[in-house]
Unconditional design. Sequence first.
Length: 527
Amino acid sequence: MTLLEVRDLSVSFSASADGARAVDEVSFSIAAGEKFALVGESGSGKSVTALSLLRLVQAHSSGEVLFGGENLVAASERRLRGIRGKDIAMIFQEPMTALNPLIRIGEQITEVLELHEGMAFAAARERAIALLARTGITEPERRFSSYPHELSGGQRQRAMIAMALACRPKLLIADEPTTALDVTIRAQIMQLLEELQREYGMAILLITHDLNLVRRFADRVGVMQSGRLVELAETGQLFARPQHPYTQRLLDSRPKKMVQPLPPEMAAAPDILRGDDLRVEFSYPVGWFKKKVFTAVEGASVFLKRGETLGIVGESGSGKSTLAMALLALQPLAQGDSVFAGQSLRNIAPAQLRALRSKMQVVFQDPFASLSPRLTIEEIVGEGLALHQPDMAVAQRRLHIVQALREVGLESDILVRYPHEFSGGQRQRIAIARALILEPQVVVLDEPTSALDASVQKQVLELLADLQARHGMSYLLISHDPEVIAAMSHRIAVMRAGRIVEQGFAGEIINSPRQDYTRQLLASVAA
């Protein structure tokens, strides 16, 4: 039985109905109890479509959204308030911004029950605590009185699910519900949604760009590109025989193995970078006079060969980035030693360390945050040369900058432009050029593609693999995405709670992990 039917839905943010459309004549239906997914890259119109079903965007809408035979596009605001949260509920991408920071979690759930079902506070509180427990939050009575900032990311998402399910909706819209979560928490949240969907018999509209998640979760899939629905099919059929070229390109964007085994002579050569029994501590004040020590990395030993990629995988807070910064002497060590090209970095003189910095570079996770908005591309890419080779002539420096940009697939006509004028993929290429211009021997890639769409992610990974093959650079690749780690790494180190719990050759770790935690973390690679 059809629960929701969308007919020729168009959404425009222009003052005129004939202006550019963010959603252009989209049509699909969702049956009662069905799991339907809308997929596509950023800007494809997925979220605008979902928000427009309940008129949650200030835009001009046309077409029909039939829910139980009633057209929501033409419904009054008062009628929509009665439907929102009761018959159709929504889970948003980032719970920290969706939850009110000034109101306790429990009160935000009881508010829904009081408004839609007229429940007294005592009864609403009892049901809210039961919902928190059902969604897997430990100590639900205590968490009822917690503020959003006092919960972890996974707990906040569970609390939002509890709020959405308070009135047992017929349709749950989940807009990128796991994007901000670690891979293990992501799996737990999706398993929870699947269990609750069966328990309540509700339909789910899942908005995501995660194709692995779609393949395991959805019954049917709609693919969106530039505001249009370009393909609609059952999940198995779409993954086995995609019809539209965009769908084929999207499915082909899944990372594949991009590195070749190290030649024997390189594998037998001395390590370019090594960390021995590294320990990193942070202290923070407790009260007026006391301090407490937190150990972020404990007993970590790793090595990196010339031309090799060591992938470091783990959840947020596992110590991946701290370990990398400690290896480059960007983070003081409490214990152990870091050795670069045979030179200990532990007690090295500042002048010597500064001279070595040109051989150790970092590409950060968010290129928009790591590139200065006030500098031109020429100034950003040439900054390292200006610092490490100040005597180089201006004309020669510009020649090096142009060459570095061409290495990453960009032309010299962008020299006078600023970072905000580029797409995410282009900005990451600029960040790579900035690191590459100094001809480094080791590059730390700290989540270099996590902020990028699938197709752009593949392009950047292919670029990094090509640059490594041409220049023999060594990569320390940090990621929580097992597919990226599997595609790019010669060896893998798995981190949990500051410790390396398992490391070895990539094939061995992926195909025959020894630790249960590693199996859980890498489960999506085999899917």
